[in-house]
Structure formats: structure tokens, C-alpha cells
Design a protein around this ligand. Structure first.
Ligand code: AHR
Length: 327
């Protein structure tokens, strides 16, 4: 390289650096969404292995169809790496906006940032990303979902009132590194520890999955035969725990209190049958709120950092009456 050419290269490089900085500063806000009658939107789902996910996906498809939007749907099959690739593919397809249900809090940050860099707004659905690494209103538009800390706390509050001397707890955690697993643990553990008199004997991930939940419950019940409460972070693991209890001749709901979160039909039926004692709902019907929020954003409205879903509560006092409304 001649000295003139080298000088030009250095000037160009520093100019690109300066442009990069300016562009970064201009992107301090989440990308805007132009007003249109219909949109091509992505929905990057994390997995489809349970009724909750299926109900969420159905709700998104139904609402997109009802409103005349094109939905580009992907299923990451439980892989954060695939979900990042799915978002990149949506960016390449030129979608107008991406609805993302991030499997885990940290690994999906690059996907959020790639969409932002491409000028495509992202709305997070049901799970959040690490708040130290990405912010609503800056890196993505908003988070739509339940208060997972409160869900865990509501389970604990039911237990504190209805324990009847049962105090030794096995906790089945959701997917490690996911916001519902982190927050449902925090809400429950803090309330239980503050109440005093309870012991969490063991707390281990069952990955929000029925079979894994059953296997982990089996192992933990063997290690802690005196356990008399099982708190599962979702219905699938609670159903797995019921199978594990029945396999060792214990009556779920009687010998061992079983508590869950999600509120799908099968779990609400289990409350009616006396096998689950109480369930906090986690509402999966996102479609109407997701698209309404997108349209408000396109209309220039300032969107709150968190658009909260309200969750019901099922126990023997209302489960039979609510069964028909459960998803
Ligand atoms: O993010 C919500 C959780 O994810 C639901 O509780 C669970 O069933 C799902 O897989």
C-alpha cells in the first residue's frame, strides 16, 4: 500500500467509525414502525412441546388472520441458537416487525440487537431478556407478559395458608436461564423464606418439560422421602411429578401437596380431581394484545416498558366452574 493509499484507508476507516457512532446514537430509540393497513410480521416461538405454547401460537395465528396480517412463524424447538437464526432469517425476509418469545434471558440478546440494527422493531412476548443488556423503548419496543415473580408469590401465599403441617418442599424449576424460571423461583422462595417454618429440600430444573419433570421428581423423592410439597414452575412438570408420586404409591394432592403454574385444562381438571391443590394461571392468549400493541406503536403512541397480562387462580373453590374457560 502506498503512503497516499494508506492515508486514504485510514481516513475512510475513521470516517466509518464516526458514522457508526452517529448511527448508534441515532438508534437510541427502538426502530419505528410505518403506518400501514396490513403487515408482514415474524413470530419467533421458542418451542411447541406443551399446551401452553400451542395455545399461544394458536392465539397469534388467529389474530393475524382475523386482522389480515401475514405471519412468518418459526419454532426454535427448544434451541436458543436456532431461535437467533430464526430471527436473522426473518430480518433477511424483510418483515415489518418481530414478535419474539425469547427462550432464555441472555442468549437472545444478539437477535434483539440484530433486528434493531436492521431497523426492525421487536416486541417481546411472554419471556423477557436480561435487563442489564437490553432495554424496552431503546433496544426493543416493549415486553408483553405476566408478572412471573407475582405468580411464584401467589403459589407461596396459598401454601402458607393451606399447608396443614406440610412444610418440606421440592421445587421443580423451569428452563435454566429463562425469565419465568428465574422469577417464579424468586417470588416463591422469598415469600416462603419470609414466612418461616418451611424448608426447600431441593430445587432443580425440569426444563418446563413433562418427562424431565417426572425424572427429576423421581430422583428428588428418592433422595428426600420425607418431602410433602412439590412446587412445579409449570403444569407439564406438575403432571410429571404426579406420575412420579403415583409410581411410588403416594397420593398426589393428599400425601404430597402439588402446586403449579400455567392453568391449562389438564391441570385444572387435576385440581377438580384432587391431584393438584392449586394452580396460578399464566395467560397464553397473546394474540389480541400483541397486535393491538403493534398498531398503537405504529400510530406513534408511547408504549409502556411492560404491558402486563392478568392471571387467574384455580383451587378447589373454583376449578370445576372454571374448567370450560381453561385453555
Ligand atoms: O414462558 C412461559 C412458560 O413457558 C410457561 O409457563 C411454560 O409452560 C412455557 O413453556
Amino acid at each position: 500500500m502506498t503512503s497516499i493509499t494508506r492515508r486514504r484507508f485510514m481516513v475512510t476507516a475513521s470516517a466509518i467509525g464516526a458514522i457508526g457512532l452517529t448511527a448508534g446514537m441515532a438508534l437510541a430509540e427502538a426502530p419505528p414502525l410505518a403506518k400501514k393497513d396490513s403487515y408482514k410480521v415474524g413470530f419467533a416461538q421458542t418451542e411447541s412441546n406443551n399446551p401452553w405454547r400451542i395455545a399461544q401460537t394458536q392465539s397469534m395465528h388467529d389474530e393475524a388472520k382475523k386482522l389480515g396480517h401475514q405471519l412468518v412463524y418459526t419454532d426454535a424447538a427448544g434451541s436458543a441458537a436456532k431461535q437467533v437464526a430464526d430471527v436473522n432469517s426473518m430480518i433477511a425476509q424483510g418483515v415489518d416487525l418481530i414478535f419474539l418469545a425469547p427462550r432464555e434471558e441472555k442468549p437472545l440478546i444478539p437477535a434483539v440487537m440484530a433486528a434493531k440494527k436492521a431497523g426492525i422493531p421487536v416486541i417481546l412476548l411472554d419471556r423477557n431478556v436480561d435487563q442489564a443488556l437490553a432495554k424496552a423503548g431503546e433496544d426493543y419496543v416493549t415486553f408483553i407478559g405476566s408478572d412471573f415473580i407475582d405468580e411464584g408469590k401467589r403459589v407461596a401465599e396459598w401454601l402458607i395458608k393451606n399447608a396443614n403441617g406440610k412444610t418440606k418442599i421440592i421445587e421443580l424449576e423451569g428452563t435454566t436461564g429463562s425469565s419465568p424460571a428465574n422469577d417464579r423461583k424468586k417470588g416463591f422462595d422469598e415469600a416462603i423464606n419470609a414466612a418461616g417454618g418451611f424448608t426447600i429440600l431441593a430445587s432443580q430444573s425440569g426444563d418446563f418439560a413433562r418427562d424431565k419433570g417426572r425424572q427429576v421428581a423421581e430422583a428428588l423423592l428418592q433422595a428426600h422421602p420425607d418431602a410433602d410439597v412439590i412446587y412445579a414452575h409449570n403444569d407439564e412438570m406438575a403432571m410429571g411429578a404426579i406420575a412420579a408420586l403415583e409410581a411410588i404409591g403416594k397420593q398426589p394432592g393428599k400425601d404430597v401437596i402439588v402446586l403449579s403454574i400455567d392453568g391449562g385444562k389438564e391441570a385444572v381438571q387435576a385440581v377438580v380431581d384432587g391431584k393438584i391443590n392449586a394452580v396460578v394461571e399464566c395467560n397464553p392468549r397473546f394474540g389480541p394484545k400483541a397486535f393491538e400493541t403493534m398498531m398503537r406503536y405504529a400510530g406513534g403512541e408511547k408504549i409502556d416498558a411492560w404491558v402486563k397480562n392478568e392471571d387467574k387462580f384455580y383451587d378447589p373453590s373454583n376449578a370445576a366452574a372454571e374448567l370450560a374457560n381453561a385453555y
